[in-house]
Design a protein around this ligand. Structure first.
Ligand SMILES: NC(=O)c1ccc[n+]([C@@H]2O[C@H](COP(=O)([O-])OP(=O)(O)OC[C@H]3O[C@@H](n4cnc5c(N)ncnc54)[C@H](OP(=O)(O)O)[C@@H]3O)[C@@H](O)[C@H]2O)c1
Length: 330
């Protein structure tokens, strides 16, 4: 590959429904030089996350696909950062990016491998932490149900709930994922929503009802959980991946009667509500990871050229754990 080339995945066409690889184009441009107040970062790990499906519905055609990545500072014209430092920020799907004082975040290498700064110790881990503890407010003995339970967010949700003395029911899309949740993460029951009737299985798994539902998926799974809400239950709407490729919502609010009869609470949530508490949350997650109370699994895809395929796979459930693109052999 010639020097001074920055490979970038850009949006070629706006997907209608599930994206296809032809919606993305691999472009090249010169590696940019930092201006005063900027750092040039070489991306080492690019984070692929379901929210990107929403972003490419509105981001410009020809623009670099948005994402958070962690990388090494190559050149710095920003006080406080020097070449060699590890930083994370919204570099996007490209090999090199510029960050500034508002967008470059130093990564604490004492916390663990740097890839975790965009996974269990980054946005997905913090989503689990604040969504569960602040919105669901679980108490010891509560039954907590989590969907997409083996994923980057769901796996941390269930483990924090277990630390807090809850009974955890995992919903996931394959027997392998369900076995991982139960055998390796210690969740109490697993339900494969692709082969089981979720409502029937929940009736057995949560005979006293669901006190907390951490909803990562929306759609029919969520509707099934609603039938089993306990009195005064709390549901956090964290994600709706089952609907991200739909133009129009397919389902009306048929769940309201369950909320009504159980006097339950359902609340929307995004992790960016909590910026002032991120460092406290990250420090707690790092302590749990160090003590072994929280385990994490990464699904590492080698090769930048495989980014669109990996992202499309994630929207269909092909990933198993936090999905990362390994950008370099460093
Ligand atoms: N609110 C926030 O601030 C925030 C922050 C981060 C993430 N999120 C949301 O949280 C959810 C999980 O994110 P993540 O990063 O942890 O992703 P992830 O769980 O690691 O990966 C996505 C998983 O979604 C599941 N899935 C795909 N299509 C589905 C469908 N039709 N029905 C049910 N499950 C389906 C698949 O697992 P299965 O094989 O188990 O189906 C897939 O592996 C997403 O909805 C995401 O948008 C929200």
């Amino acid at each position: 590959m010639p020097e001074n080339v920055n490979r970038q995945w850009v949006l070629k066409s706006r997907p209608d429904g599930m994206p296809t690889e032809t919606d993305f184009d691999l472009a090249e441009s010169p590696i940019p030089g930092p201006e005063f107040g900027q750092v040039l970062v070489k991306s080492l790990w690019n984070s692929l996350d379901p929210y990107m499906r929403g972003r490419i519905s509105s981001s410009p055609i020809g623009g670099v696909i948005e994402s958070e990545a962690v990388g090494r500072v190559m050149e710095s014209k920003l006080d406080g950062f020097k070449p060699g430092d590890i930083v994370r920020g919204r570099i996007g799907w490209q090999e090199y990016g510029l960050l500034d004082v508002t967008s470059a975040y130093a990564v604490n290498p004492d916390y663990g491998p740097i890839s975790t700064s965009v996974g269990v110790l980054g946005m997905p881990g913090l989503t689990a932490y604040f969504g569960l503890l602040d919105v669901c407010e679980p108490k010891p003995g509560d039954t907590v149900v989590v969907s997409s339970a083996s994923g980057a967010v769901g796996a941390v949700v269930g483990q924090i709930a277990k630390i807090g003395g809850c009974r955890v029911v995992a919903i996931a899309g394959s027997d392998e994922k369900v076995a991982y949740c139960v055998d390796e993460l210690g969740f109490d029951v697993g339900i494969n929503y692709k082969t089981e009737d979720v409502s029937e299985a929940l009736g057995k798994a949560a005979p006293n009802g669901v006190d907390c539902y951490f909803d990562n998926v929306g759609g029919p799974i969520t509707e099934a959980v609603m039938e089993h809400l306990a009195m005064y239950s709390r549901t956090v709407i964290c994600g709706r991946i089952s609907e991200y490729n739909e133009g129009e919502p397919s389902m009306g609010p048929r769940i309201l009667r369950y909320l009504h009869s159980t006097r339950s609470r359902i609340q929307g949530f995004t992790v960016n509500q909590y910026p002032s508490q991120f460092e406290d949350g990250r420090a707690q997650l790092a302590r749990w990871v160090k003590s072994g109370e929280i385990k994490y699994r990464e699904d590492i895809v080698e090769g930048f050229e495989n980014s669109p395929k990996a992202f499309i796979g994630q929207l269909g459930g092909a990933n198993f754990g936090k999905l990362l693109i390994k950008m370099s052999d460093e």
